[in-house]
Design a protein around this ligand. Structure first.
Ligand code: GLU
Length: 291
């Protein structure tokens, strides 16, 4: 029998707060109930924002909470060559294209379109979808721009990808934290448009690294916040394109701040280190997040 495998996968670009504590504790509880495995994965592909200090802080806070996880810990920044190999496959299969528009150019293009009375589509986070101009660039022009050293990112051709994938793209979602019942959710990757799959200098993005690592590490259950619920659609598409077996998912409730909004890394008062400094105990943290 294969063991059920859970993971907690923070990004070391800030300090852990109560929302992370809930996620980590829930993963621990579910892994323990299933007599399964608990992994910690450090998602540090954004080398401009992730630091060893934040990573050390994450480990310290999780240890303080009493969590234990398997060694060695997978640190994504140590696996760029693996991501590169998969990216090369996507490039060879023409599932991704180099996107050259800068943020300013995208903004100007969209403002211009909206001035003419056409609402530009936005993704579930409210970010305008990437215009399709670069997708239509002839190969020669793409090569010329790359050779010239023009900055670009690799974006998924979501329409092209949808044509090549199975028609009924869906995932299995548990209905609550008891993980007893599931429902099937239809994936809608189109709502994100042509997402970034890699950057010129970093051969992966969050979406690509997360699906590869979950598969590689044998993660059977992805338990994470509801803020990543609809991103799962993009991840299902990538899994399908890459022939990876999808895990099952549970997207848990978010711990909200005193103002009723999602916690962010800038909320000092709900940071685990700050709570610890103020004399809170790990048990207090568990109570605060409803355990
Ligand atoms: N690294 C992501 C974050 O810190 C979580 C990724 C995931 O759980 O899929 O938000």
């Amino acid at each position: 029998m294969t063991l059920l495998t859970f993971r907690f996968a923070p990004s070391p670009n800030g300090e852990l707060h109560l929302g992370h504590a809930y996620s980590a504790l829930l993963n621990r509880r579910l892994a323990a109930q299933a007599a399964g495995r608990l992994l910690l994965r450090i998602e540090d592909i954004d080398i401009s924002r992730c630091t060893p200090e934040f990573e050390a802080g994450i480990v310290r806070d999780l240890e303080w909470l009493g969590l234990e996880w398997e060694q060695p810990v997978r640190r994504q920044s140590e696996h760029f060559a693996e991501y590169r190999a998969v990216l090369d496959r996507l490039i060879a299969e023409e599932l991704v294209y180099p996107a050259f528009m800068s943020r300013g150019e995208i903004r100007a293009f969209i403002a211009d379109t909206e001035k003419r009375g056409r609402d530009w589509p936005r993704d579930p986070d409210g970010v305008p979808l990437y215009p399709s101009l670069d997708k239509a660039l002839p190969m020669k022009e793409r090569k010329r721009r790359i050779a010239e050293g023009m900055p670009f990112a690799w974006r998924l051709d979501v329409e092209g990808a949808m044509v090549r994938t199975s028609k009924d793209l869906s995932w299995t979602e548990f209905t609550d934290e008891t993980m007893t019942a599931t429902r099937t959710v239809a994936a809608n990757p189109r709502e994100w448009g042509d997402v970034i799959v890699a950057r010129r200098d970093i051969p992966t993005s969050y979406h690509l690294a997360v699906v590869l690592d979950d598969a590689l590490q044998g993660v059977s259950h992805v338990v994470r916040g509801l803020d990543l619920y609809s991103a799962t659609g993009v991840q299902r598409l990538l899994q399908d394109l890459l022939g990876l077996a999808p895990p099952r998912y549970f997207h848990h409730r978010l711990i909200l701040g005193p103002d009723g909004r999602k916690l962010s890394k800038s909320f000092k008062d709900t940071g685990l280190a700050a709570l610890c400094d103020d004399g809170a105990s790990p048990r207090d943290v568990q109570r605060l997040v409803g355990f």
